[in-house]
Structure formats: structure tokens, C-alpha cells
Design a protein. Structure first.
Lengths: 284, 329, 335
């Protein structure tokens, strides 16, 4: 409990916790939606916000508020898939490279660096293009998960590299501790703060990439996400027609989401390990 | 006549880790006087607070290090200056002209991306202004020459010099403006033995030439025996014994000092030498009473309970140990 | 000579290898997916409402095979691909037939580079300086204000930040055009008015990239300087009474340059992608916009061409940066 109290002393944690709590509640609300998010013309079109339609309605005849609850839910879900998958890859490669050293390390580091410097955005576009029409949220999550690991694998590797030099590794090895136990028992806890903060940052990256792909028109347009919502608003010229509630809702929601995710990760990881700050921004 | 005086000096590191506060008592009630034109040695195991004491004497307490209480006084031109009451700019001007510092002989005390001449200029320009820069540089070159350093190394970058050369350059840099006090922190550690001798020779030569005060910190008792005139022994943040080197080495009082001296190699001595038994205490969790009692073979019951005071055993010889305190607890 | 062997040569080889791997990925990825770009293209043509009789479909398929370099076995395709690439031939665009992809890219690239290079350099220099000074005086009011601003801007993805700027400064307050690189029909000429118009149109995308980049660099530079402050050489200079201004600029900021530069180089690929995304928001006529059109029209040759050129551009940029780095760090220069 002291941990929670200490964390709340950081204004960033308090703010981001409150905002995220609100956003997650919104996402949960989607379960009680009176409308099916895929069906059109369920309510009068293009109504500004009113007591009946809190955030107005769009040109497709959908209630923007309930549409947004689905969008947040879906964005959170697929970004969690993407971030978990890329975390798994990053941890695996980082641990292997850092622990084994030698040529596996050199090969993996080269691979990681190659991935790091590539304009990945273009590869993601290319792949989404080839998967067009089949890009469900799950597949999108896997696709983004496959691309988001390089930076963090690098960070984890350098962390493991420094752990390997420490006394307890030698003690553990000399006392006959199996490698796997050593890695899971001793190393994982040390890299946990980094994994946590990069998990959140990676979710944020995935959501941002999703928005971009949606704008490019590469996603299935019938599953509402923050990006798809924005894409519909833009393709219906909501900006020019002055339906501000339509394009501002996903924009403001995603801005809130990005900022609160970032603040959460920054405050928590700084609290867990003040020295990891430099590594978190990628400076070794 | 003293030139630096510390009165009841306490400087602690205050660390905040995971919401807990940890206090490292690195310098704990140190009283000492360093006299004009002497070589004052400070000895002790690593982690006993020697380096922190130097920082406190130099007036640099940057967080997490904090001055808790006490005073540091300099005597400059007959005037007593309270270091911690000076304005930052006044203190800055005292540095290098009045009190200078030679750090541990490590790789990284010189700006890695600047040529030595530029670093030299930074120091000179900060104290003498930019006017007559060429003259200053000429003077610096002469000085380097005088110390037997080839002037062409001024064009080099720090990483191009050997460790010993770098250390000589740092000493030359520190003494360029003829400071009244030179403080050297482990100046010969990390250098190999042959180079060590040269560096020490250079320090004592400069000391003689400038007729200034040298405060020499090293854990190496052999160096103290050869170079220092008076010696203070530190243990767990405190001064436990202080006296003339000749007396300290022939008749050490504190059991800790005896261990330190016994551990020195002697000519013709074939027996094995003993080190100090046990480990030095953590400065954040000091033992009760006298901090040395867990390692002390002569510990009395009282050592566990109460801290001894630093008493004047003989003129010019002080010791902090219950064995010599006559008055009862 | 040692510098050449130990610094330049490995980096040059790495540059070649990374470029080679990247281009290979661009070649193989489409071929490993079951989705057939030819059928895709035909369905796109159909969806545009064009009627195709079976005979013309056959003709289109064989034409497309030739166009996309899909004739023969994989091995033959691969060799042909590299042969064409060395001739600077990236094939023809399908939807702007028979315009060569290289020419389309050549027209767009200057816009992208004109946006990307100044904004990247400016955000690096600004971030370094402001963050560096901020790291020296973290308690000052203006530093705390900048901290909060950077904490707000930094997490925003390129698209959202650019979109927000567009809404505020082009739509709500119409100071800047809603998009484009020039007003429609404007011919390039060498006049003050023309230059002013170019700058006017470029301002928002430029500001978007620069502000985001500066926020990242600011935070990084500040952290680097804060850790540099505990380095021996900085503390030594302080103990030596070196003036504060000299320490801030010639010791802290100067040394923070090195890791910050390395970091910039490593993130070049991301920055490049970010610039393309920003262009799409502002309909800026660079590579990003070209990509957008290519995606909308399913123009495979164009997408592959853009990907290939981008890979070469980014890896070349990194190699050039590697060439510049020794100028900043004498430890590399005089080994």
C-alpha cells in the first residue's frame, strides 16, 4: 500500500491513473451499448451533441459516444496483443544475446540494429497492403508486434550484459544453479521495470501506427478503432462540413490516451528504478 | 599556524531509494587543522570517507552529499574565511589560486573532446581573464617545461596520453596558479609502481618549490611513511588518530593504526603480514559505540556502548580510543 | 590508416549489408504472401467500374506480370530485379502508366528531403542546447515549464500531432493553407514571392516535425547532461573554478552532443517514416503523399520503389552521419 501511496505523490502518476481509469471505464461501457457498432442508420444523422446524444451522431447514423466506447476497447485490446508479442520477442532476443555473448550476440545485435534503422513504417504499409481485407484486430496486433521489438531488445541486452558481470551471477553459476533458473529468477526481476515501461510505450506506438494505417485506408473499416473512427470522419469531410464532434472525439481521446500511457510508464519506471531513466530513452 | 581548519565537520550522503531514506555518514564530526607549509597525510581503508572529507574541505557538497553541521575555515593572507558562508563566486575565485585539487589518477578527469591546451585555457581564462591569453599560454608552456613535461603534449587529447602522463598533466594543471594549498586524492592509485614514484616526486618537488601545504590522501601507508609529515587516520567517517608520522609509525596508539602499520612490508621481514581482520563497516549502518569494536582485539565492554572522544594523548598526538581515556564513562 | 581500417571500413561494410538485407526484404515480402498483386490490381480496376472481358483480362495479366517483374522463376525474377535496380530502373507505375517509378520518386524526393533535413537538424540542435542548459539548471522555472510541455508533446504520434496542428492553425485559425506544397497551378520560378509561398505551405509540416523532434531531443539531452554532471572531468573543472558558462557549453553540452548524435542516427528510420506520415496529413507533395496515392491505387511497383529508395536513403543517411561523427569525437579521429 505504501507503494501505491508513494506513486500517487507523483502528479504524473495521479493524473495518468485517473485518465486511464476513465478511458478503461469507457471501454467497459461498450458492453452496455444499445447499438451494434457495425450497423448504420440507427440514429438520426449529423446531430450535434445534445442530452440525447452526448457526443452527437455521425453521417453514418451512429451515436458517436457509443462508437467511441468500442473504438477505445478495440484499440486497447489490439495494442496489448502487439505490445505483449513484441515484448516476448524483445525479452527472448535480449536475454539470449546478452547472456550467451560471442557470435550469437553479434548476430542478434546486427539483426536488431538492422531492424532498428530500417524505415519500418514502409514495411508495415507494404505488409498491410498485402493482407488488405484480412487485417482483423488480432492480425494487426501480431503484425505490429513483430515490428516493435528492436529498440527494447537492445535495451534488455545491455541490461543483461551488465548483470552478467555482477557478483551474483558468478555465485549462482558456481553454486550450480541451472541457467534457466538463473535467468528467470535473477535476471527477469532486474529487467522488469524496463519491460513494464516499454510495454506501455509500445502500446502507445501500436495505437499510433494503427491510426496511421487506418488513415491510409489499409484496415477493415467495419471494426471501430480510434483510427477507423477518424478515417470515417475524414472521408466524410467532417472537417469541412463542421461536424467537429465527429473528428474531435477520436482525436481528443487518443491524445488523452497517448499522454496518460506515457506518463504512467515514465512515473512507474522512474519510481522502480531511478537509474533506468537514461536507458529508457535509449542512451547507454 | 593553520591554513585549513575543520570544526565538528559532518557531511552525510542522503539517498532516497524506493521511498526510503538512507543516510551514509561519510564524514562524522571531524576536527582537524592543517598547518602552513606541511605535508599532511590522511590514511584509511577505502570507503572510510577520505574522499568525502576532501570534498567537504574543498567546499563542494553537491547533492546527495550534504553538509550537516560544522565549519571549514581557510586562512588566506591572515584572514579567516568560512568556506560555507562564502558566495559561490567568491569560492570559485579561491579555487586554483588559493586551494587546488589533484584527483585520483583516473582516465576521466580531463575533458575528452578538448585538446589539453584548450582545457588549460579554460582554467586560466576563468581566473585571470582572457586578456593576455598568449602570455598566459607562454607561461603555461614554460611551467610544463620546468616540470619536465614536453610542451608538445599540449596539442594532444587526453586519450592519447598514458596514465602516468595524464596524472602529471593534472598535477601541473592544478599547480599552474601557485595555490597555497594543494589537495591530492589518491594521486598514485591506478598507476604502476615506477610511475607512482615519479608522480610522488613531482608532488613533493612542487610542494618544496611553492612552499605550500600539501594534503595527501592515500590508503598506502608506505607513501605516508616516505612523504607525509603529519598523518591522520580515518575510520568509518571519523578521525581516530593523528600525530607526527615519525611518532605514529614507531608508537601507534589506536589498535587500528597498529594493524595498518603492521600490514606494511619491511626489509628482511619473512613472516607473513596480517591485514585488519573483518570488513570495514557500512557507513549507513554503523556499529554502536566505537565503530571499530567488532574488529578490535582489545575491545573493552564499554567500546560496545559508548563512543570514545578524540583525546590529546601527548602534545601533537590525538587518539580516539577507550584504552587511553582515563576519565570514566 | 588505422582509422580507415577500424572505423570506416566496418561501417561501410555494414552499410552495404544492411542496405542489401533491407532491399531483399522488400523483394521477398510480397512474394511470400499468398495474396497476388495481379489479381488485386484487376479487382481494383474492376472496383473503379471498368468492365473487363475475359480476353482483356488475360492480356492484362501478362502485361502486369511483365510490369511487376513476375515473369519466370523466383531466381530469374531476383536476378532481373537487381539488374534493373543497378540501372536505376524501378519499373513503371501502373496507375500513372507509363511514367517510370524513378521519375515519380525523383519529383517527390526533394520535397521530403527539404522538409526532413532542416527539421531534423534544427530539432537536434535546439534539443541539444535547450535540454543541455535545462539539465544544468533543472530547478529553474522555465525548465520546469519546458519539462511539462515536452511531457505533453513527446508521447503524441506524428499523425495525431500533425492533425491537431492542422485543425488549430489551418482550420480554426486559418493562418496556413489546409494542405499542399504550392497553390494549385503555380509554376516554380526564382522570385521572392515564390519562395515565400513555398515557406508558407511548408511551415506547418515543418513545425510539426520540428516540435516533435525537439521534444524528444530535449528530454534526452537533459538526461544525458544530468548524468554527465557527475562525471569526473566536469566535477574537476568545477573544483578548478572554471566559469559556469564554459562548463555548461564546452563541457556538458559539447559532450552530450556525442550520444545525442548517435541516438539521432539510430532513429533516422523512424524519423523518415514520421516525415512521410506528416506529409500525408498536410497533403505535402513528397514521398509520403506519393505513398498514400500508391496505396489508395494499389500501385505495387510504386510502393516497392518508394520502399527501396527509402531504405537506400535512410542507410545512406546513417553512413553519412557515421562519416561526420569523427569530427565530433577526437577519440575516434585519433585512435
Amino acid at each position: 500500500m505504501k507503494l501505491i501511496r508513494d506513486l500517487f505523490r507523483d502528479y504524473r502518476f495521479a493524473v495518468s491513473f485517473a485518465v486511464l481509469f476513465g478511458l478503461v471505464s469507457l471501454a467497459i461501457c461498450s458492453a452496455f451499448s444499445p447499438y451494434d457498432p457495425r450497423r448504420w442508420y440507427q440514429v438520426p444523422r449529423d446531430q450535434p451533441p445534445s442530452s440525447k446524444y452526448v457526443l452527437g451522431t455521425n453521417s453514418k447514423g451512429q451515436d458517436v459516444f457509443w462508437e467511441a466506447t468500442f473504438a477505445i476497447r478495440n484499440s486497447l485490446v489490439f495494442s496489448l496483443i502487439a505490445a505483449s508479442l513484441s515484448r516476448a520477442i524483445a525479452i527472448l532476443l535480449g536475454l539470449i544475446a546478452g547472456y550467451l555473448g560471442g557470435w550469437p550476440d553479434r548476430t542478434l545485435t546486427f539483426l536488431t540494429d538492422t531492424f532498428l534503422v530500417m524505415p519500418l513504417f514502409l514495411f508495415i504499409v507494404l505488409l498491410s497492403m498485402l493482407l488488405k481485407g484480412r487485417l482483423t484486430l488480432g492480425i494487426l496486433g501480431v503484425l505490429l508486434g513483430f515490428f516493435g521489438w528492436a529498440w527494447d531488445a537492445r535495451v534488455i541486452r545491455s541490461q543483461v550484459l551488465s548483470l552478467r558481470e555482477r557478483e551474483f551471477t558468478k555465485t549462482a553459476l558456481l553454486s550450480g544453479m541451472p541457467t534457466l533458473r538463473l535467468v528467470t529468477k535473477e535476471y527477469i526481476p532486474h529487467v522488469l521495470p524496463i519491460i513494464f515501461s516499454t510495454l506501455i510505450n509500445n502500446m502507445s506506438w501500436a495505437i499510433g501506427m494503427e491510426i496511421t494505417l487506418a488513415i491510409l485506408g489499409l484496415l477493415k473499416m467495419d471494426i471501430p478503432t480510434l483510427g477507423v473512427m477518424l478515417r470515417w470522419a475524414i472521408s466524410y469531410q467532417a472537417l469541412l462540413l463542421g461536424y467537429w464532434w465527429w473528428y474531435l472525439t477520436p482525436t481528443v481521446l487518443s491524445i488523452l490516451l497517448f499522454i496518460s500511457l506515457y506518463w504512467l510508464s515514465a512515473s512507474v519506471s522512474e519510481y522502480l528504478d531511478p537509474r533506468s531513466r537514461l536507458q529508457r530513452v535509449g542512451v547507454r | 599556524m593553520w591554513v585549513i581548519q575543520a570544526k565538528g565537520l559532518k557531511a552525510f550522503y542522503i539517498l532516497h531509494i524506493l521511498g526510503h531514506t538512507k543516510i551514509v555518514k561519510a564524514v562524522n564530526e571531524v576536527d582537524l587543522e592543517v598547518l602552513e607549509n606541511e605535508i599532511y597525510g590522511i590514511a584509511g581503508e577505502s570507503g572510510c570517507g577520505k574522499s568525502t572529507l576532501l570534498k567537504a574541505l574543498l567546499g563542494v557538497t553537491i547533492a546527495p552529499l550534504r553538509l550537516i553541521s560544522g565549519q571549514v575555515l581557510y586562512r588566506k593572507d591572515g584572514e579567516e574565511l568560512d568556506v560555507y558562508a562564502l558566495k559561490p563566486e567568491e569560492l570559485r575565485k579561491l579555487r586554483w589560486t588559493f586551494i587546488a585539487y589533484v584527483p585520483q589518477g583516473s582516465m576521466s578527469v580531463l575533458n575528452p573532446v578538448r585538446r589539453l591546451s584548450r582545457t588549460l585555457e579554460d582554467f586560466l581564462a576563468s581566473h585571470e581573464g582572457l586578456k593576455g591569453r598568449r602570455q598566459l599560454m607562454a607561461r603555461a608552456k614554460d611551467y610544463f617545461h620546468e616540470l619536465g613535461l614536453p610542451p608538445k603534449i599540449l596539442k594532444a587529447y587526453p586519450h592519447q596520453l598514458s596514465g602516468g602522463m595524464r596524472q602529471r598533466v593534472t598535477i601541473a594543471l592544478a599547480t599552474l596558479l601557485a595555490p597555497k594549498i594543494l589537495i591530492a586524492d589518491e594521486p598514485t592509485t591506478a598507476l604502476d609502481v615506477v610511475v607512482q614514484r615519479g608522480v610522488l616526486q613531482m608532488l613533493t618537488d612542487i610542494h618544496r618549490k611553492l612552499a605550500n601545504t600539501l594534503v595527501l590522501v592515500t590508503h598506502d601507508m608506505g607513501v605516508h611513511a616516505n612523504v607525509s609529515r603529519r598523518l591522520g587516520i580515518m575510520y568509518a567517517g571519523k578521525l581516530v588518530e593523528e600525530g607526527e608520522v615519525s611518532e605514529l609509525f614507531t608508537a601507534p596508539l589506536h589498535p587500528y593504526t597498529r594493524f595498518l602499520i603492521k600490514s606494511l612490508p619491511k626489509l628482511g621481514d619473512k613472516g607473513s603480514r596480517e591485514g585488519v581482520p573483518g570488513m570495514p563497516p557500512s557507513l549507513s549502518e554503523l556499529p554502536s559505540g566505537c565503530a571499530f569494536h567488532p574488529r578490535c582485539p582489545l575491545a573493552l565492554p564499554i567500546c560496545r556502548e559508548k563512543e570514545p572522544l578524540l583525546s590529546k594523548e601527548k602534545p601533537g598526538h590525538r587518539v580516539r580510543c577507550w584504552l587511553y581515556l582515563r576519565e570514566g564513562p | 590508416m588505422r582509422f580507415f581500417k577500424e572505423y570506416l571500413l566496418p561501417r561501410f561494410l555494414q552499410f552495404l549489408l544492411v542496405t542489401f538485407l533491407g532491399i531483399n526484404a522488400a523483394f521477398f515480402i510480397p512474394r511470400f504472401f499468398s495474396s497476388d498483386p495481379i489479381l488485386e490490381t484487376i479487382s481494383t480496376i474492376r472496383s473503379h467500374g471498368t468492365y473487363l472481358d475475359p480476353g482483356s483480362v488475360e492480356k492484362i495479366i501478362s502485361d502486369l506480370k511483365q510490369l511487376y517483374g513476375l515473369e519466370g522463376t523466383l531466381g530469374q525474377q531476383y536476378l532481373a530485379f537487381w539488374r534493373r535496380l543497378f540501372r536505376g530502373d524501378l519499373g513503371l507505375s501502373f496507375f500513372q502508366f507509363p511514367e517510370p517509378v524513378v521519375r515519380l520518386i525523383g519529383r517527390a524526393l526533394p520535397w521530403t528531403l527539404g522538409l526532413l533535413l532542416p527539421s531534423t537538424l534544427l530539432s537536434w540542435a535546439l534539443g541539444l542546447l535547450i535540454g543541455g542548459v535545462g539539465g544544468c539548471y533543472p530547478e529553474r522555472r522555465w525548465v520546469k515549464v519546458l519539462d511539462v510541455i515536452s511531457m505533453l508533446v513527446r508521447p503524441l504520434p506524428y499523425y495525431i500531432f500533425a492533425f491537431a496542428l492542422l485543425i488549430v492553425f489551418a482550420y480554426v485559425i486559418p493562418w496556413f493553407p489546409l494542405g499542399g506544397g504550392l497553390s494549385i497551378g503555380r509554376q516554380p520560378e526564382f522570385s521572392l514571392q515564390f519562395i515565400r509561398e513555398v515557406l508558407h505551405y511548408a511551415f506547418l509540416p515543418f513545425a510539426s516535425l520540428t516540435i516533435l523532434g525537439t521534444a524528444v531531443m530535449y528530454q534526452m539531452s537533459k538526461l544525458i547532461v544530468q548524468s554527465l554532471r557527475t562525471e569526473d572531468f566536469v566535477q574537476y573543472a568545477q573544483l578548478g573554478g572554471v566559469k559556469g558558462r564554459i562548463i555548461v557549453f564546452k563541457y556538458l553540452v559539447r559532450n552530450a552532443m556525442l550520444p545525442l548524435f548517435t541516438n539521432l542516427v539510430l532513429s533516422l528510420g523512424q524519423v523518415f517514416g514520421g516525415a512521410m506520415i506528416t506529409e500525408i496529413v498536410f497533403s505535402y507533395p513528397g514521398l509520403g503523399m506519393l505513398l498514400y496515392n500508391a496505396v489508395v491505387q494499389a500501385d505495387y511497383n510504386l510502393i516497392l520503389g518508394i520502399t527501396t529508395i527509402s531504405i537506400v536513403a535512410v542507410t545512406t543517411g546513417i553512413f553519412l552521419a557515421d562519416l561526420v561523427y569523427p569530427l565530433l569525437d577526437p577519440r575516434v579521429r585519433y585512435q
